[in-house]
Design a protein around this ligand. Structure first.
Ligand code: ADP
Ligand code: MG
Length: 691
């Protein structure tokens, strides 16, 4: 196995490779295009494609692939929301020859590096494309370097229709990064700070949680295979009562998997930063060093792909679903997000200079504006069937979106609103004694951590904690960028209109500070308090998704050039479709497992007690309750309305889901009395304590 600390980016065509292999004028023009958005000159395209071809061949590539992220909905997938690609061989016709098909040569034609065309009719599009006009195009995201993996040159791409409408996750993210640049630079100019910046970036560092099982037990569970989560199963008597699994040594085979993934990711330019055991038995986490948002979103998808592939080689299965096991913690994907300039100014780092401190206070005012004015929009980015089991369940942030900038900062906001200066927030670390001579004092961060908040401050970034583990990060990060851009534009407009910097910031806080909450987000009081403050509590996916295409949202997306109104509506349709299809698949799987697995097992078990009725106890009633609940579920499910996506999703959520819960409860009760060897599937105990 490769050493996990060497060979950084050897297999990625990144800045360093470009600087080494390409004429410097080509590199300079390429980078300028990334700032201006201008197309790369055709002659430069040729040089880049030829150089990339030679470089990829040296690494054994025989194919290349445009790699993109179709709109496959929110989340809840077994192996995570993966990328799409088809492999094209690195061989092309030698045009100009009098023979039509010969000779051929190995090469990467520049037009095929920069653009691809495909029949996209089977990708979800929310009505943006119909089968009789199915052309779709992939175009290289020039800000995300290609890489070689498994003898294939991967080219990260945006994916649009014949008419340039986005039908993927990546395109809106890239558009939102442009929006950050535009409003960010405008704000800097208005406040006269960091005006030498030429461009701005948004950054992402994800923390990926997941479960690892043996492939054998995974394959023996139709619910895991079909829906990504267990639809039945009783908790073992020891589960996570003592949080004993947290930070324990990673068990042998899983540790091997994590080490391999770490080395593979490093090769393709993604150094992993952290790996550890999580709270639930069988649960783990890995996290990379943060990068620009588009590159980091790519690397997260790649991570899920690499994990799936490497786990299979070791006889393991990774579960990226948000809630594979009822009763123990689910999996999230914290999106650590920040924005900053090309000159190195981080908007969310209080810093040591006066300018940095002012910018920090200003930036958080913009973020508070974004989160309060577009609260529902932020909520929608994490709304899907998988996450409905997590959000608000005492292990993940609530479905109420609030901002946690720290308690000290909250006081500072009050003082600004009361007329105080923007400066004065003490961002110094605090010295705390440990009380013993061997262990030195600690330097505590300026603000404490708040694990119950969906959007806490973490020293130099905000951590959007509500993102689901199987999700593609593009949508949540796109919306962070969008609402931040909205705030920055709003504040810049106030100052350009004649308000002083201080007064404009104070006004922003005054109007939006109700979104700031520094208390316990898991407490029963918070939803009550949030409702008093007018913050929405969209606690199910259908409730959240219903708000997505509001006029306000459409207007913002249009102003920021992220989505047209039609694209916003298409995205909503895809969210509904994904929710409906995953719920329907769960119901069908439940019915089948009960009929083909649980009922036969119950019958066999009862058989043993013929003539021993007293020993049988309440088994008969317990098992018969399953039949009753099954028929209730079927009846309810059959009455599903066909009067539109919103009605169907709402019915599934409000009426069918409770029937699923009741059927599950009946089956899990039966598991508690059934002879162990008759239980037809691997149990929770078998699965989560496999290693
Ligand atoms: P935690 O302390 O919450 O467990 P980790 O150390 O596991 O966090 O992961 C934090 C993530 O945040 C890493 O991916 C790290 O690279 C990333 N990160 C650090 N600084 C920034 C920043 N300024 N912007 C975005 N992400 C960042
Ligand atoms: Mg974290």
């Amino acid at each position: 196995m490769a050493d996990a600390l060497t060979g950084l980016g050897n297999w990625m065509f990144d800045d360093a490779v470009m600087a080494e292999k390409l004429p410097s004028a080509v590199v300079q023009r390429f980078n300028e295009c990334l700032i201006t958005g201008a197309p790369t000159l055709e002659d430069d395209q040729k040089v880049i494609a030829d150089t990339m071809f030679t470089w990829a061949r040296e690494r054994g590539a025989i194919d290349f692939a445009h790699w993109f992220f179709p709109l496959r909905g929110g989340g809840g997938a077994v192996g995570g929301m993966l990328g799409a690609f088809k492999k094209d061989t690195l061989i092309d016709l030698e045009f100009g020859s009098k023979f039509v098909t010969k000779p051929m040569k190995a090469c990467l034609p520049h037009e095929r590096l920069f653009q691809g065309e495909t029949d996209g009719s089977s990708f979800p599009n929310g009505g943006l494309r119909v089968t009789h006009s199915a052309a779709a195009f992939t175009t290289w995201d020039r800000a995300s370097p290609p890489f070689v993996l498994d003898q294939c040159l991967y080219i990260p791409c945006a994916f649009v229709t014949h008419f340039g409408k986005c039908i993927d996750e990546k395109t809106p993210l890239l558009r939102s990064m442009d929006a950050v640049k535009q409003s960010g630079l405008r704000l800097l100019k208005a406040i006269g700070i960091g005006t030498d910046a030429k461009t701005m970036h948004s950054y992402l560092g994800w923390e990926q949680e997941f479960f690892v099982l043996s492939a054998e037990s995974y394959k023996a569970r139709p619910d895991l295979v079909n829906t990504g989560r267990t639809l039945f199963g009783k908790l073992p008597t020891r589960h996570q009562q003592g949080d004993l699994n947290y930070f324990q040594p990673v068990p042998g085979k899983v540790a091997q998997l994590l080490d391999i993934a770490q080395a593979e990711m490093l090769k393709v330019g993604c150094p992993m930063a952290v790996k550890h055991n999580e709270v639930a038995p069988g649960q783990h986490e890995m996290s990379p060093v943060f990068r620009t948002a588009n590159v980091s979103c790519d690397s997260n998808v790649l991570f899920m792909e690499v994990m799936n592939r490497e786990a299979a080689k070791l006889g393991l299965q990774v579960l990226f679903h948000e809630k594979p096991f009822a009763g123990i913690n689910g999996s999230g994907k914290h999106a650590n997000w920040s924005i900053g300039t090309d000159t190195g100014m981080n908007f969310f780092y209080p810093g040591k200079t006066e300018a940095g401190a002012k910018l920090y206070v200003t930036a958080i005012a913009c973020l508070a504006y974004g989160l309060s004015q577009y609260n529902e929009m932020v909520r929608c980015t994490v709304a899907h069937s998988g996450n409905d089991h997590r959000l608000g369940a005492q292990e993940a942030p609530p479905a109420i979106i609030s901002l946690y900038p720290g308690q000290g900062f909250e006081q500072h906001v009050e003082s600004i609103v009361a007329g105080g200066d923007l400066l004065g927030y003490k961002a110094e670390k605090k010295k705390q004694e440990t009380g013993c001579s061997a262990a030195m004092h600690i330097e505590a961060n300026v603000e404490d951590r708040n694990r119950t908040a969906p959007f806490p401050f973490c020293g130099n970034r905000f951590e959007f904690r509500a993102v689901g583990s199987s999700q593609n990060c593009c949508l949540p990060v796109m919306v962070c960028n969008a609402v931040m851009s909205a705030g920055m534009a709003e504040l810049a407009a106030k100052i350009e209109g004649g308000k002083s910097h201080r007064d404009a910031v104070a006004e922003m806080y005054k109007e939006n500070k109700h979104v700031i909450f520094t208390g316990n987000g898991y407490s029963a009081e918070w939803p009550i308090e949030a409702s008093k403050r007018g913050l929405p509590n969209l606690n199910t996916t259908p409730k959240a998704v219903a708000t997505w295409s509001s006029d306000k949202n459409k207007k913002l997306f249009e102003t920021l050039k992220i989505y047209t109104a039609e694209e916003t509506e298409a995205r909503q349709e895809v969210m509904y479709e994904n929710y409906i299809s995953s719920l329907c698949c769960e119901v069908d799987t439940m019915i089948q497992m009960v009929e083909t697995g649980f009922l036969p097992a119950c019958a066999k078990d009862l058989e043993k007690y013929k003539g021993f009725e007293k020993l049988g106890g309440k088994r008969k009633e317990t098992y018969e309750a399953i039949v009753d609940q099954l028929s209730k579920l079927k009846d309810t499910y059959e009455k599903k309305p066909h009067s539109g996506l919103a009605a169907e999703a709402t019915y599934l959520c409000d009426t069918v889901k409770p029937a699923m819960v009741a059927l599950r409860a009946a089956v899990d009760k039966a598991e508690g009395v059934m002879e162990a060897s008759l239980y037809p599937y691997p149990t929770y105990e078998n699965m989560i304590y496999a290693h």
